[in-house]
Design a protein around this ligand. Structure first.
Ligand code: FAD
Length: 378
């Protein structure tokens, strides 16, 4: 049964704004609203978790640099500051005709004049036998934290070498593997990746650095292979090979929840909400979407926290403009963005366009950027 905390709202409000999901874009939006309130609107946030997890510091937490509390943002508190009602519940659909947001359980649907969706994605295990039961998804983050706690407990109680498999060799998978390795010196780590090279979307120099680091840290990588079945103690690859596995972490590209498409929103083949550059859903100008769940027409953006964060400013502007009947602005993403990948040794790889390097300075920079981001919510 969802918990509903209502902030003081005594008069009739002309508009109901519902924020679905406490992702990177919405936490920054709340922060902006707490400083510059949106008047004449009753705002509600629906979130399935009471805290939002800042993924940039997640591998740093795994490797022991940060306490868990350092990467969590208290959504209830943030909502209170922004005078937004907080509903601890999972949205499970939308009635587009009646303009309603549907919630899991027996809660009443929420009437909405305006909706903003920032639900990120969940690790996709669709079609992989046993994965839902035995693999630990990287998203939602609380599942990963729980899975990591179990892995650490098993390592403490085990006399043998744990076999740990990470499925997905993108930046997240590689960073997690290095972080886990730094804590479990006696475990065997293997990354399984479906493409020919790890770190897709990064330049060859960054890939080269990662390749050497994984060799040095004794983390195996199997490329051009797919896990087709997960069992309690092993995984099966698409070529029939069976690999022993005590823990399987699923770090593949996250996909948005299925209810978005099932509600009748226009979605891409992979399930992302198709939006205009104003972040408005195609055919539904009263619905906005941002972060990983959104796919902007004719633009291919990396799905990363960096872009989700950058969307907060145009989203705020356009929500205000929509309510005031003013012209909306297009979100103009930058062509290249700097990726900083921690290597769990006080250093990080910086990857930008065709350039990449690894140094202690880049870890200092990453830590500075991440801490500065989180300080806004303390
Ligand atoms: C291990 C790892 C490391 C990463 N490191 C980085 C990094 O260093 N830099 C970077 O830029 N990116 C990084 N990423 C990618 C980054 O996590 C995502 O791109 C980013 O979180 C997307 O942000 P978002 O705002 O779209 O949504 P999210 O941050 O995913 O948040 C969505 C929120 O919505 C909630 N929600 C979902 N469904 C519902 C529902 N039905 N009802 C209510 N609430 C719901 C979720 O619980 C969640 O709190 C990393 C990812 C992983 C897995």
């Amino acid at each position: 049964m969802p918990t509903i905390i209502t902030n003081s709202s005594n008069g009739a409000h002309p508009h109901e704004l519902i924020l679905i999901g406490g992702g990177h874009t919405h936490v920054l939006l709340l922060r902006k609203l707490s400083k510059n309130p949106l008047r004449g609107v009753r705002m509600t946030m629906v979130s399935d978790f009471e805290c939002a997890a800042y993924s940039g510091m997640l591998p740093g937490h795994i490797s022991g640099f940060y306490q868990q509390a350092e990467l969590l943002i208290d959504l209830r508190h943030l909502c209170r500051l922004a005078n937004v009602q907080f509903i601890h519940a999972k949205a499970c659909g939308m009635n587009l005709k009646q303009k309603q947001v549907l919630l899991d359980g027996s809660a009443e649907p929420l009437a909405a004049d305006l909706v903003s969706i920032n639900v990120g994605g969940i690790s996709c295990t669709e079609g992989v036998e046993g994965a839902k039961s035995w693999a630990i998804p990287a998203k939602p983050v609380p599942c990963l934290l729980k899975g990591w706690a179990s892995t650490m407990a098993a390592a403490r109680n085990s006399t043998g070498r744990l076999q740990i498999i990470l499925v997905g060799g993108g930046a997240g998978g590689v960073e997690l593997a290095l972080a886990m390795r730094s804590r479990l010196a006696h475990a065997e780590f293997t990354i399984i990746h479906s493409e020919p090279c790890l770190l897709p979307g990064h330049n060859s120099r960054a890939r080269h650095i990662v390749h050497n680091l994984l060799l040095e840290r004794n983390v195996a990588a199997i490329t051009e292979a797919k896990v087709v079945e997960v069992m309690p103690d092993s995984v099966r690859l698409d070529d029939g090979q069976l690999l022993a596995a005590d823990f399987v972490f699923w770090v593949t590209q996250a996909v948005p929840p299925a209810w978005l498409g099932e509600s009748g929103l226009d979605i891409t083949r992979e399930g992302f909400i198709r939006v205009k550059p104003t972040l408005q859903a195609i055919n539904h100008p009263w619905i906005f979407a941002a972060g990983d769940a959104a796919s902007i027409e004719n633009r291919k953006l990396p799905r990363s926290g960096v872009f989700a964060v950058r969307m907060a400013k145009p989203l705020e502007h356009n929500l205000r403009a929509y309510l005031a009947g003013r012209l909306l602005k297009d979100y103009k993403p930058q062509r290249h963005s700097l990726s900083l990948i921690g290597t769990a040794d006080g250093r990080a790889i910086a990857s930008y366009s065709d350039l990449a390097a690894r140094s202690a300075f880049f870890w200092w920079l990453k830590n500075w950027i991440d801490q500065r981001f989180m300080r806004q919510f303390q």
